[in-house]
Design a protein around this ligand. Structure first.
Ligand SMILES: *Cc1c(COP(=O)(O)O)cnc(C)c1O
Length: 429
């Protein structure tokens, strides 16, 4: 942190030519790694055993630990959340069309389209950022076979209403719970709702296994099918009874998962402290609203999300983000521009946006800030101070951005990542 510069004044900002607030980049989703020695001990143990994959001891132990923590009968660990989604979708026999939100990570849609199932994008409730259950029913056609709800930011989607609709219309209900490990809904841990729930344990998620994911369910038949499918359909040596793929989690990933699980309460506590600090400093800034979590439910506080309403703040989310990027704060505008405006969906469904007005409004407002382990309390205070400067002098900040646009292109820390070939930003991590 560069404490020499006064970020309370316009001239102290990097966009005005002052030194950056931070000399290293502050990231969203810096991995939670737990006790390093415990992890290394486990790695050595796996090497000593010479057992690195295929139902190894750590993967089995990890699955039982997840089942116990979530109070769910079956956890089938996999190599990542996307493959876990693909396998859950296939094991449920989904086909035709499946209703999903567009305001989600692209993998939710891709997991369907990859198997030639059409994702039908449903709009969100702007208050919760989750799929608006009251709009789901009108998206159902004779080809619809399922609904995938996403618990965005770990806030449960409208589970009760979605269950009612799924039951009434004979549809399978699956949840993408990638953000929601360790969160509760209706005072029950997320993991046992719907026919199955899928977690991602990607490095940026609250529970990290480097790469990893799982299908969790109380349905023994479904869990059995997922187990077969993630291991090429092998039911025993030389006996393949099902079509399958390779979705197995390896032992070193499970070793990381077990280590992070041991530290999970402390990680959530750190996340909560950083969330509370941001909230306290952002609340009351005109046009800025931090996303709130229901105090009655358990949360993992992995995401600190603020909405910036340009009309009230006097400055757009994009401009605030540019100011932060120039200070080495790599905030993210998840899930801009919405799945429906990314390929192949943009070309397949060019008019999908007509039914997604709230999604299109929200993607212009959301800003995800570096949180948890990635930032100290002082760093949070400085980030909020700079956001405050933007809100207090919006016209001056906009003028600076315009006047120094060439220099700013060089200053932005996101410019160190080469842009993808299309020249468009993707909403990955
Ligand atoms: C991270 C994420 C996924 C994909 O998980 P991977 O483990 O990265 O494959 C899917 N859906 C959502 C909502 C996610 O955030």
């Amino acid at each position: 942190m560069n404490s020499q510069v006064d970020k309370t004044t316009l001239s102290g900002l990097a966009i005005a030519g002052a030194p950056k607030a931070f000399d290293h980049i502050l990231h969203v989703g810096r991995p939670n790694i737990g006790n390093r020695q415990r992890f290394l001990d486990r790695v050595n143990e796996a090497l000593d055993r010479r057992w690195l994959s295929n139902a190894g001891r750590f993967v089995t132990e990890f699955e039982r630990a997840v089942e116990q923590k979530l109070g769910v009968r079956h956890c089938v660990a996999m190599c990542n959340g996307t493959v876990a989604l693909e396998i859950a979708i296939r094991a449920l026999g989904l086909h035709g069309e499946v209703i999903v939100p567009s305001f989600t990570f692209i993998a939710t849609a891709h997991a369907l389209q990859w198997q030639e199932i059409t994702p039908v994008f449903c709009d969100i409730d702007p208050r919760t950022h989750n799929m608006a259950a009251e709009l789901v029913e009108r998206m159902i056609t004779p080809r619809t076979t399922g609904i995938i709800g996403v618990h965005l930011w770990g806030r449960p989607c409208d589970v009760g209403e979605l269950e009612t609709i799924a039951q009434r219309r004979g549809l399978a209900l699956l949840f993408d719970a990638s953000h929601a490990f360790g969160c509760s809904c209706q005072h029950r841990m997320i993991g046992s709702f719907g026919r199955a729930e899928v977690f991602s344990f990607h490095a940026t998620k609250c529970l990290n296994t480097c790469e990893g994911g799982a299908v969790v369910t109380n349905d023994s038949d479904l869990a059995g099918r997922c187990r077969l499918m993630k291991n090429f359909g092998f039911e025993g040596y030389d006996r393949v009874t099902h079509i399958g793929t390779n979705g197995k989690m390896d032992e070193l990933s499970a070793a990381m998962g077990l280590t992070v699980l041991e530290d999970f309460e402390a990680i959530v506590e750190r996340n909560r402290r950083s969330y509370d600090h941001y909230s306290a400093l952002l609340v009351g800034l005109p046009g800025v609203s931090p996303v709130r979590y229901d105090p009655a439910q358990v949360q993992n506080f992995q995401y600190v999300v603020a909405e910036i309403d340009e009309a009230a703040a006097g400055i757009s989310r994009n401009d605030v983000l540019t100011v932060l990027l120039c200070e080495n704060v790599l905030g993210r505008r998840y899930f801009y521009p919405g799945c429906h405006r990314m390929e192949p969906y943009k070309s397949l469904f060019p008019h999908a946006g007509l039914l997604l007005p709230e999604t299109e409004r929200l993607v212009e407002r959301v800003l995800v800030l570096p949180a948890g382990d990635a930032v100290t309390q002082d760093e949070i205070a400085l980030i909020c101070r700079m956001i405050r400067t933007c809100i207090e002098q919006p016209r001056e900040v906009r003028a600076l951005l315009e006047r120094n646009s060439a220099a700013i292109r060089e200053l932005r820390c996101d410019m160190r990542v080469p842009p993808p070939p299309s020249g468009e930003q993707h909403a990955d991590r």
